[in-house]
Design a protein around this ligand. Structure first.
Ligand SMILES: Cc1cc2nc3c(=O)[nH]c(=O)nc-3n(C[C@H](O)[C@H](O)[C@H](O)COP(=O)(O)OP(=O)(O)OC[C@H]3O[C@@H](n4cnc5c(N)ncnc54)[C@H](O)[C@@H]3O)c2cc1C
Length: 338
């Protein structure tokens, strides 16, 4: 492989967004991906695609909202199909106290009554008396978003070499950005996998404009509309590194949630059941770690699409300064020899 300035390993959301940020700074970059096609073997393929910093604020560290807020503009600029219609949070009447608890832990929402819920989501008319509406949140179809990033990279002349497995230490480049997700555990020993399961259904009888979260004391779930009658129902969060298909228990719970949101989901077709392991550090926040000429960008946990833009910008800034210090070093070396 010819030596290029920067090699990014991994074409998940971390790798593609980092490569794009690097290319946008005018730096030569290429990507290697061991999967034979976009999404193959990538956790990013399983994501729901919610860009929901303030909903996440209710259950995660404040950094998630702080770093995630700017990602909505980042995606809207690079992926015009990003849907800017906010998100809705509901609870069954027996779980109503969950709604107040959720509201107390976050911001940037409005309490909405039954009429407003019906105006926002006509298919939910009469089903809930109160809900939380987060008008500034967004969502996207992760698979189409990844393809859009890949298209922009290719348009900038950035090669994505599929079917190539590479270890960071073997990469012939001045700087290596390691975006291997959970596969980077050989170098990042505190990285763990958190199992997530999801189901995609097709229901021409239900129409939703925006993601709907259903609060539940034990298993909060969400439904994200993907267009053309498709909905992603997600996601379990299990402290387990078991790979393999969705369990019956999880499938029942995910499908029950959809059915509880709207009985018409009872007639929906199951299109896909999927599971993967989210790469997470102990504090569940992403990190950029440097080890010589290798930068590890990892730990996106359940916030891959939400936090990848911030992580990518930080990675690209570090790449820039590493390359310019190398250039300065080489210039100095040449001047000394002259
Ligand atoms: C069910 C589910 C729902 C989720 N929902 C959301 C959501 O709604 N919003 C959100 O923001 N996030 C969500 N996430 C989290 C998100 O998917 C992850 O945080 C994100 O995908 C991690 O991205 P990554 O690029 O680090 O890893 P990955 O997507 O796994 O990418 C790593 C890539 O590196 C490649 N690779 C590995 N080793 C090598 C090697 N040696 N050489 C070459 N290539 C290699 C792999 O093939 C892979 O393509 C969800 C996750 C799951 C499982």
């Amino acid at each position: 492989m010819a030596r290029s300035s920067v090699i990014v390993i991994g074409a998940g959301v971390a790798g593609l967004s980092s490569a794009l940020e690097i290319a946008e700074r005018g730096i030569g970059v290429e990507i290697v991906e061991r999967g034979r096609a976009l999404g193959e073997g990538s956790c990013s393929w399983m994501a729901g695609g919610m860009l929901a910093p303030w909903c996440e604020r209710a259950t995660t560290e404040p950094e998630v909202a702080a770093w995630g807020a700017s990602s909505i503009g980042w995606w809207a600029e690079r992926f015009p199909e990003t849907v800017l219609k906010g998100s809705l949070v509901v609870a069954q009447s027996r779980d109503a106290p969950e709604l107040a608890r959720f509201a107390a832990r976050t911001e940037r929402f409005e309490w909405v009554d039954g009429d407003r819920i019906a105006a926002l989501e006509p298919d939910l008319a009469g089903r809930y008396r109160r809900a939380l509406f987060f008008p500034d949140e967004a969502h996207l179809d992760p698979r189409r978003a990844l393809a859009a990033l890949a298209g922009q990279l290719q348009a900038r002349g950035v090669a994505i070499r599929f079917g190539v497995e590479l270890a960071p230490q073997d990469a012939q480049a001045e700087v290596v950005v390691d975006c291997r997700g959970l596969a980077a555990r050989d170098a990042l020993t505190d990285l763990r996998g958190v199992r997530g399961e999801m189901i995609v259904v097709r229901s021409p009888d239900v129409s939703l404009q925006r993601p709907v979260r259903m609060l539940h004391p034990r298993l909060p779930l969400y439904i994200v509309p993907r267009g053309n009658g498709l909905f992603m129902i997600g996601a379990t969060m299990i402290e387990s590194e078991r790979r393999g298909p969705v369990s019956v228990r999880s499938a029942v719970e995910l499908l029950n949630a959809a059915y509880a949101l709207h009985p018409a989901f009872g007639e929906a077709e199951i299109v896909e059941l999927g599971a993967d392991l989210r790469p997470a550090f102990p504090d569940n926040l992403p990190q950029l770690r440097q080890s010589g000429r290798v930068l590890h960008a990892n730990g996106l946990f359940r916030h891959g699409f939400l936090l990848a833009p911030t992580l990518a910008q930080r990675a690209a800034d570090t790449v820039s300064s590493l390359l310019s210090s190398e250039t300065n070093h080489a210039d100095l070396h040449q001047r000394r020899r002259a």
